[in-house]
Unconditional design. Structure first.
Lengths: 278, 129
């Protein structure tokens, strides 16, 4: 392929990934690496480099909107970013030590997991537990705008959340993805933070987490400007379009289809990884 | 509203604007480089099948800046991507300043820890690669 065709095709594919990812809430970044490696035959290391850069773009672009609406909790985010950035450094370091076929298998598993995990929320308890002393000391309990005015919430099990966040950071650095699904698990399931606050704070944290491995990727030569350019511009424009277009009636079906695509890509990554296709 | 909450809202707005500015600025630089890159050699062959790594001038922050200002299209695109990587770092610095002004020593420390990890990754990670 020549430069013009290649750039245009990659841009279009990334635009679609970003658009569907934002529209369905599943995140477009997660399909970028399989798209680049399986469809466009890009080397795994170049693919994760381009994907990681795009993750920063979409996270920062959409975080701006959520921060303004008062959903994300900056203190929770900042505290947990200690865990995610350290994890990301470790993950980025390990990426060069682990064979690409093994990375492909791990990515496949993460893909399949994120297709299922995104919608699972824990049941709401009517009477809130007494505030957790550690979370109170860390000033994490907060409020967020709700349909019925401002709602307050308490945060629990900070150490467990911190440990899962370290893992989420490591996966992010290892595979060049945002690992938003895992971050939401840490906050929503472990720390009992309201779902809306969890997802938006997670999105807010993804950029900082990715920036922690981006430096390592850059110095290893994983970030190729000519490849990352169409990927980043495509995903960014696609996800901005996806958050603005509200096709409520079709979102459910679209979500199902896109989840199916993610699972298929995941299975293919696992299969090709196990057969040494990378 | 208590004064602390007013400050917090102001901080949130400043962070939101900073993030947006960073993304817009980086996209602008990347697009400028992209027009040069695609415009100058649209029919050259490209393949990313095998990993060769990037030349040294595209692998370090100062190298990228120098390469971009020499007018190289790839250098300009990489500079745009570097600005994108710098956006979350600027966000963390902005939070550190806000926590310092607020007198929140605990969160200032947390923020500086995160900043140290980010700066290490960008400027010192060649030591472990």
């Amino acid at each position: 392929m020549n430069v013009l065709e290649f750039t245009f095709l990659i841009w279009t594919g990334s635009l679609l990934a970003g658009f569907l990812g934002a529209l369905t809430g599943l995140g477009g970044g997660v399909v970028l690496v399989p798209l680049l490696t399986l469809v466009f035959k890009v080397d795994f290391r170049y693919a994760i480099g381009a994907s990681l850069v795009s993750v920063i773009a979409t996270s920062s672009g959409s975080a701006a909107a959520y921060v303004k609406e008062g959903f994300s909790n900056i203190r929770i985010g900042m505290f947990l970013e200690i865990a995610t950035t350290l994890g990301a450094l470790l993950g980025a370091y390990l990426t060069a030590k682990v064979p690409a076929s093994a990375l492909a298998v791990i990515l496949g598993v993460v893909l399949i997991y994120s297709a299922f995990a995104a919608r699972r929320t824990r049941p709401r308890t009517e009477t809130p537990d007494p505030p957790d002393p550690l979370a109170t000391k860390l000033k994490m309990n907060g409020t967020f705008p709700d349909t019925s005015g401002v709602r307050s919430y308490n945060v629990y099990r900070v150490p467990a959340g911190f440990c899962i966040m370290f893992g989420a950071g490591a996966i992010s650095g290892l595979l060049g993805i945002g690992s938003g699904a895992l971050k939401v698990v840490a906050m929503d399931q472990a720390m009992k933070i309201p779902f809306k606050v969890s997802t938006t704070t997670s999105n807010f944290m993804i950029g900082v987490t990715a920036a922690a491995s981006a430096g390592v990727y850059l110095s290893r030569g994983y970030i190729d400007p000519a490849l990352a350019m169409p990927v980043m511009l495509g995903v960014l424009i696609g996800s901005l379009m996806g958050t603005r277009v509200l096709v409520k009636t079709q979102t459910k079906l679209l979500r199902l289809v896109f989840s199916g695509v993610i699972v298929l890509l995941g299975l293919q990554m696992v299969f090709k990884g196990l057969h040494g296709g990378f | 509203m208590r004064p602390r909450e007013v400050d917090e809202v102001k901080l949130e707005h400043r962070i939101a604007n900073l993030l947006r500015l960073g993304v817009v600025l980086s996209a602008f630089v990347v697009i400028s480089g992209a027009i040069m890159y695609v415009g100058f050699h649209p029919l050259s062959r490209v393949s990313y099948r095998t990993f060769q790594g990037e030349p040294d001038e595209l692998k370090t922050a100062h190298g990228v800046v120098r390469y971009a200002f020499s007018g190289n299209a790839k250098g300009i695109m990489q500079l745009g991507l570097l600005l994108l990587i710098a956006t979350p770092i600027a966000r963390v610095i902005s939070s550190a300043v806000a926590f310092a002004i607020e007198g929140d020593k605990m969160y200032l420390l947390f923020t500086l820890l995160v900043l140290a990890v980010l700066l290490y990754s960008l400027f010192g990670s060649f030591l472990i690669v």
